[in-house]
Write a protein that binds this ligand. Structure first.
Ligand code: XBP
Ligand code: MG
Length: 236
């Protein structure tokens, strides 16, 4: 029986990438005096790598912008990422990142029917708390029995590590849970941990590979805004 819903964050709880994280990265680059700018289409390619710090390193490998590489690259990347996270936090606090359709409805239905809630995400814990606080109030952070986020595991999605971390925290087997994801990396991670997965796609992920999804939807639906099944994949 379904004992817990495990939620991805970026692209699933909210559409955070194009107008949120991407803009925050660009603001951080400008703040640090760097002339780097990630366009919407360049960012689509950079989403091949999960994790903001890992994505910055990937960009440096791929595009090798002309700049004096610092002595301590780890410190340089960590500082840039901290600036970006602060910028993203400000966007959240201004209420600029709403929840996707059906998310609040489904969270409330889970709570009233005793289905437990957890989060398994690559983004930073501060971003999870900021998103929940801005949209649902501070108490909503406590609705989630486990918030597995960011660097808490060595390998980020598509590795299953974050889902294993959450299953341990819930003390549940994969068969008792359902994951909700938005991307190829996300479903690969959830399926890697043996968890049935529903996908809600978004602008960046609509054409990705969702093999093994229980369903691929445009969103989770609201009264008067029914969700649509986008592909016929059944369970694998
Ligand atoms: C998506 C990610 C994250 C965000 C940026 O996470 O890969 O890295 O793009 O957030 P998920 P950070 O879909 O698993 O929620 O800069 O904090 O990593
Ligand atoms: Mg996601």
């Amino acid at each position: 029986s379904l004992n817990a819903l495990i939620w991805d964050v970026d692209g699933t709880l909210a559409d955070t990438e194009r107008d949120g994280h991407r803009v925050a990265f660009n603001e951080a680059f400008a703040e640090a005096g760097l002339d780097w700018h990630w366009s919407e289409e360049r960012y689509a390619g950079l989403l091949a790598v999960t994790g903001g710090k890992e994505r910055i390193r990937y960009f440096l490998q791929q595009d090798a912008p002309t700049f004096e590489p610092p002595e301590d690259m780890d410190a340089f990347v960590a500082d840039l990422h901290a600036r970006k996270t602060a910028r993203f936090a400000a966007m959240l606090a201004e209420g600029r990142i709403p929840l996707r359709p059906g998310v609040e409805r489904l969270l409330q239905e889970a709570r009233s029917s005793g289905v437990r809630l957890a989060i398994a995400t690559t983004t930073s814990p501060a971003n999870v708390e900021g998103l929940l606080r801005a949209n649902l109030g501070e108490a909503a952070i406590g609705w989630f029995q486990v918030i597995g986020a960011g660097d808490v595991v060595p390998d980020k999605k598509p590795a299953p590590d974050i889902y294993h971390h959450v299953l341990e925290g819930l003390d549940l087997s994969p068969a008792e849970c359902l994951a909700i994801e938005d991307s190829g990396h996300g479903i690969a991670a959830a399926r890697g941990a043996g968890i049935g997965t529903v996908v809600t796609v978004n602008g960046y992920t609509a054409d990705e590979d969702f093999t093994g999804a229980l369903a691929v939807l445009d969103h989770l639906g609201e009264p008067g805004q029914p969700c649509r099944t986008l592909r016929g994949e059944g369970p694998d």
